[in-house]
Write a protein that binds this ligand. Structure first.
Ligand code: G3D
Ligand code: MG
Length: 194
């Protein structure tokens, strides 16, 4: 079975861990990597009908992150980049996260799904980031990745209600084969085989 390392990235508090827990279902067992300050969990899924195993990396403590950036990103083949629609600064910080991912994973521009999380709060709070802002950001990102053979996707989720959580992962999954097709000569890393 193919194993794909994917990372959850985005500011603290945007809902990365909540998204992961939703996707994995109750009772999942994450392994905590003390040296990296992150934990990862495995989840089997399929891409276009082919079985794959995702190794999902999630930061356990943001403050420890500085020294372990490379280990966190190394070998990643894609990421869910999460922002919180109720906190515009988490939206405006996205370029920083993209830069870190693309600089440190060893493969360059890997696929990203931009995830607008906490949509259950749209109706309750003012000053939320609008879906059109998220979409237009993602279209600009796609302009960068199109020469690499894939586009980036945008999806609105709620880890609280569960809306669109599996769909966020499958959107990323559809881009992984396209990425691999265009990067056949990139060496396979131990942490992620394809
Ligand atoms: P992080 O892993 O990105 O740091 P967490 O974020 O998953 O720890 O989530 C941070 C807080 O946001 C948590 O609340 C969590 O319950 C909440 N949250 C996550 N996703 C959603 C969502 O879709 N809707 C709503 N309403 N809340 C969400 P606490 O209170 O535990 O800090
Ligand atoms: Mg977390």
């Amino acid at each position: 079975m193919k194993v794909f390392k994917i990372a959850l990235i985005g500011d603290g508090g945007v809902g990365k861990t909540a998204i992961r827990e939703r996707y994995l279902g109750n009772g999942f067992k994450a392994q905590y990597l003390l040296t990296v300050g992150a934990d990862f969990a495995m989840h089997d899924d399929n891409i276009n009908g082919f079985p794959v195993r995702y190794q999902i990396w999630d930061l356990a403590g943001q403050q420890r992150f500085d020294g372990v950036r490379e280990a966190y990103y190394n070998g990643c083949i894609g990421a869910l980049l999460v922002y919180d629609i109720t906190r515009p600064e988490s939206f405006f910080n996205m370029p920083k996260w993209i830069n870190e991912l693309w600089t440190n994973n060893g493969r360059g521009r890997v696929p990203i799904v931009v995830v607008a999380n906490k949509i259950d709060l749209y109706d309750i709070l003012d000053n939320t980031v609008s879906p059109s802002q998220g979409l237009s950001f993602t279209e600009n990102l796609s302009n960068l990745t199109e020469p690499d053979g894939f586009l980036c996707h945008f999806i609105e989720t709620s880890a609280k209600t569960g809306e669109n959580i599996p769909q966020a992962f499958s959107l990323l999954g559809t881009n992984i084969p396209k990425f691999i097709e265009n990067h056949r000569r990139i060496p396979i890393l131990a942490s992620c085989s394809y």
